[in-house]
Design a binder for this molecule. Structure first.
Ligand SMILES: [Zn+2]
Length: 630
């Protein structure tokens, strides 16, 4: 067990959530995504312009170096000329400002006198104009989490980026529908000291954002960036954690990774390795591999590539050391080689022979590079320039290992581990957005917001219990869920009992989520429709779970689900006929056990009809049918 206090863990969070406004942040397009074929497709090649940036931003430059074509897909409903960068942005959406001001008031932040929109360079193509627009709405503030005061640094509004649909060697495909959807960003000071606390703070901020009633739900609507450091380590920025539950794990693994890197530093020091010994002396070993069985190498050679190798003295065994689950030091070098050289990956001697590379080839490699038992080597098979750039980056990264943990930006994977993403961007990344005038925030506006602040969650829970006659546990779960508004609508507009609706929207939905059913794909309208059909007697309450599961998997509608699954409700006549038949089939039992007959038959009938009939109706019909036997 790691003693987080001892290692000096510090975590800061940046919580991003999409706002459920009617329009996007800088135009009047709706904030929704499209699933059909795109109506418009166009391509761009993005490059940073010297004049705009003054000086090339290293992070921007690296994205640019990849030199891919960017393909944008759009439809007319969800994007206009603003998203295509054919027209300047319109004024900042006042609805989004209002929500951000609410959050600022709840978090005790100091609201700025004037909102200034800024440009933040991004050259991965996710914004058509080459930058993301962002603006600070409030500074400072705090929230209390389990008695500890967590300072807030900033509350910002940002435009969401275009949605990445795919990438190959030549191009990256984005959809413009998501571009411009307002995001609120809440950043805490780096005062969090354990993985669990990071999870709790994120949850608490999530609740505050939800309290406004204006945040979107579902996958992709929530993203968390984590700034993690330990005393002897370095600041790592982990981007794109999509699930709240994953946050403690990400922090835990990152601490593990940094501690292992420190251990490697010690080990290399003990082995007496110096930076001078790590040279950019690359060997061309192509001829060793002319008859290779390795598919990767063969393919590279067929396309005119070379096999380059570099010796890493005194590094034997280091590359296979595990930094966190499924992440070896070799994996890190591989990610770096991919990023800087654009190659598919690396081979290293800690894992060879293997991957089709034979013992004989390895021996020849060792002979050429003069590798002893204590040394290691890295190989790359690709076009000469790419392979050379990849190996240069590998050597640079190994030199950094002698100094400990390098600062970097990493991307989160769904298992909580992270992968190298890019170097940490330089500090000067913000430029004024001259196309959008500053928005003054008057005292009157702030007073207005304060008057309309959503009530504290405890109050919402009490009101729910009283108004809808549900117990505290369900009321609390509803408030924590994304379905509170939907719950109110269903209970108001249908006759389905409130306790059933609350249970279905919380416990049933959660258990479906745990089974990895993508319920986040369902719209409120789709879910409402299921309750409406239950209310109209078209299907039974008991079928809710299977109907929702089918809809989430297929994208189909409720009525279709009921028909396909065969869970239409039986008519009273049909139930009567079935009850009659079951009594006849069990006539002997009924005659011999008049007391037990009801329970016995009820079990049989419900076992067969579950989901297609309300139990109450069967009880009524069965009771009256059995009367003549008692
Ligand atoms: Zn638009």
């Amino acid at each position: 067990m790691v003693n987080y206090n001892e290692v000096g863990l510090k975590v800061g969070l940046e919580i991003h959530r999409q706002l459920d406004t009617q329009h996007k942040l800088f135009c009047e397009c709706p904030t929704k995504l499209f699933t059909d074929k795109p109506e418009i497709v166009f391509t761009r090649r993005l490059r940073p312009t010297q004049s705009e940036l003054g000086q090339f931003d290293p992070a921007a430059l690296f994205e640019f170096r990849k030199g891919k074509v960017i393909v944008y897909e759009a439809n007319r409903e969800t994007s206009c000329l603003v998203e295509a960068d054919e027209e300047p942005p319109h004024n900042l959406n006042p609805e989004a400002i209002h929500i951000a001001l609410q959050v600022a008031c709840i978090l005790n932040s100091k609201i700025v006198e004037e909102i200034h929109v800024m440009r933040k360079t991004v050259i991965d193509g996710s914004n058509t104009c080459g930058f993301q627009r962002t603006c600070v709405v409030a500074l400072g503030g705090f929230l209390e989490v389990e008695g500890k005061r967590i300072p807030i640094q900033t509350i910002c509004l940002e435009e969401d980026a275009a949605r990445k649909m795919g990438e190959d060697e030549e191009k990256i495909v984005y959809r413009l529908d998501r571009l411009g959807i307002p995001l609120i960003e809440v950043a805490t000071a780096p005062v969090i000291t354990t993985p669990e606390e990071a999870g709790k703070v994120a949850l608490a901020i999530g609740k505050i954002l939800r309290r406004t009633g204006w945040v979107k739900r579902g996958l992709g609507s929530i993203r968390q960036d984590l700034n993690i450091s330990i005393r002897e380590g370095a600041l790592t920025e982990v981007k794109g954690v999509q699930e709240l539950e994953l946050i403690p794990k990400v922090v835990e693994y990152e601490v593990q990774r940094q501690l292992m890197l420190l251990k490697i530093k010690e080990e290399l020091k003990n082995r007496g390795l110096t930076e001078e010994e790590l040279t950019e002396k690359f060997f061309d070993l192509t001829e060793i591999f002319t008859d290779t069985k390795s598919k990767v190498v063969r393919k590279a050679l067929e396309q005119g590539g070379r096999v380059l190798a570099v010796k890493l003295p005194k590094m034997a065994g280091i590359l296979k050391m595990e930094l966190s689950p499924n992440l070896r030091f070799g994996t890190e070098l591989s990610s770096i080689a991919m990023f800087y050289g654009g190659v598919g990956g690396i081979f290293h001697t800690d894992e060879l022979p293997g991957y089709g590379i034979s013992q004989k080839e390895v021996e020849e490699l060792k002979r050429r590079l003069e590798i002893s038992e204590a040394d290691a080597a890295v190989l790359v098979a690709d076009k000469f320039d790419k392979a050379r750039d990849a190996l240069k980056a590998v050597v640079k990264r190994v030199r950094e290992a002698l100094r400990g943990v390098p600062e970097e930006t990493r991307t989160a994977k769904t298992d909580g581990t992270t992968r190298y993403m890019r170097p940490r961007p330089g500090a000067a990344r913000l430029y004024p957005e001259t196309d959008v005038p500053p928005i003054p925030i008057s005292q009157g506006w702030i007073e207005e917001v304060k008057k309309t602040l959503p009530p504290p969650l405890e109050q919402v829970v009490d009101r729910l219990m009283e108004e809808f006659k549900i117990n505290r546990k369900l009321a609390e779960q509803l408030v924590d869920s994304d379905y509170l508004d939907l719950f109110k609508r269903i209970v108001t507009e249908t006759t389905v009992p409130s306790t059933f609706v609350a249970t279905a929207l919380t416990e049933t939905m959660k258990s479906l989520e745990r089974k990895n059913i993508p319920v986040e794909n369902l719209s409120n309208e789709q879910i409402f429709e299921v309750f409406k059909l239950i209310s109209e007697g078209k299907t039974a309450k008991e079928s809710f779970s299977v109907i929702v599961e089918w809809m989430a998997k297929t994208g189909g509608q409720a009525l279709e689900a009921i028909q396909t699954l065969g869970v239409q409700t039986l008519t009273t006549q049909e139930v009567e006929a079935i009850v009659k038949r079951k009594i006849e089939e069990n006539l002997d039992y009924v005659r011999k056990n008049p007391d037990k007959a009801f329970n016995h038959l009820m079990k049989i009938i419900m076992g067969e009809l579950r989901g297609r009939v309300e139990a109450g109706l069967v009880v009524k019909i069965l009771k009256s049918s059995l009367e003549k036997f008692s």
